[in-house]
Ligand binder design. Structure first.
Ligand code: SF4
Ligand code: SF4
Ligand code: SF4
Length: 253
């Protein structure tokens, strides 16, 4: 097979810490065989070439500025498949925390008297702007899941990302539940697939892989209340990664 016949892929970043792209670099070191089956034409984190002829686009980061929309639409027009890479692209991520405050206050706080120089606005996942074909969740993404996703995409399949709650994975690992250890956990409403890594290391889940379909948020809130958390503490617990998703659910009510 010649290089020309390999599927061409590209990586793009919007507002993010670029940690998911670093995880991709890490994955390619652990799975160098992937480099034999794709041609990477653009990946600022790892190479200086910037090819614009690609079929699969992996997009990291959230949309936070008007001109991000233009760039996202250009990527959508070129790519046959667009994959949201990580919580920032998938959920708005931690960038969406600022959506809880008046935008002008946020701009003043960050940029001071230069606030007018920056056209930043509400932080959103990329699916708020373009159609997304697949998601690789997490903050950062899981490298095995990324390798699996690439493999599935090359076979013409969408990545098989679980949509059942983290608690199932956590129970299979025989972790002691964080609630029994006096800590709060968002596992009952969070998508599994990370190996329940936070509970395994003694921390409650913060929801970085996003909500499961039809999450019973009210039921979890009741459990959190029964474990002594105030409404403010519950709200704060659901803020780090779930701000955008939670606000959208509340708007639909
Ligand atoms: S999802 Fe997390 S690791 Fe990935 S770019 Fe966003 S903040 Fe960084
Ligand atoms: S620790 Fe969290 S994820 Fe694990 S069973 Fe308890 S609530 Fe569910
Ligand atoms: S346990 Fe929760 S916060 Fe931790 S990696 Fe998994 S989904 Fe993310």
């Amino acid at each position: 097979m010649t290089t020309q016949t390999l599927p061409r892929i590209a990586f793009f970043e919007f507002t993010s810490c670029e940690g998911c792209q670093l995880t991709v670099v890490d994955t390619l070191q652990a799975h160098p065989e992937l480099l034999n089956v794709v041609e990477i034409v653009q990946f600022r984190e790892a190479m200086s070439e910037r090819g614009e002829d690609y079929q699969i686009a992996f997009v990291e980061g959230s949309c936070t500025r008007p001109h991000d929309e233009t760039r996202l639409k250009e990527i959508r027009q070129q790519a046959k498949i667009v994959v949201a890479l990580g919580a920032c692209a998938h959920l708005g991520g931690i960038n969406a925390i600022r959506n809880r405050q008046p935008l002008e206050e946020v701009r003043q706080y960050v940029y001071g008297d230069k606030a007018d120089w920056f056209d930043t606005y509400v932080a959103r996942p990329i699916e708020a702007v373009i159609t997304v074909d697949a998601v690789i969740p997490g903050c950062p993404i899981d490298r095995n899941e990324f390798a699996m996703a690439v493999s599935h995409l090359l076979q013409g399949r969408m990545p098989n990302i679980p949509d059942y709650p983290l608690c199932i994975e956590c129970k299979l690992m025989e972790n002691v539940c964080m609630f029994q250890r006096g800590k709060a956990c968002l596992g009952p409403i969070t998508r599994s697939g990370c190996g329940a890594i936070c509970p395994a290391y003694g921390d409650g889940c913060e929801g970085c892989r996003g909500l499961i379909p039809k999450p019973n948020i009210e039921s979890l809130k009741q459990v959190l209340r029964e474990h002594g958390m105030s409404e403010e503490e519950i709200d704060a617990k659901m803020t780090m990664f779930l701000t955008y998703q939670k606000m959208r659910l509340e708007e639909k009510r």
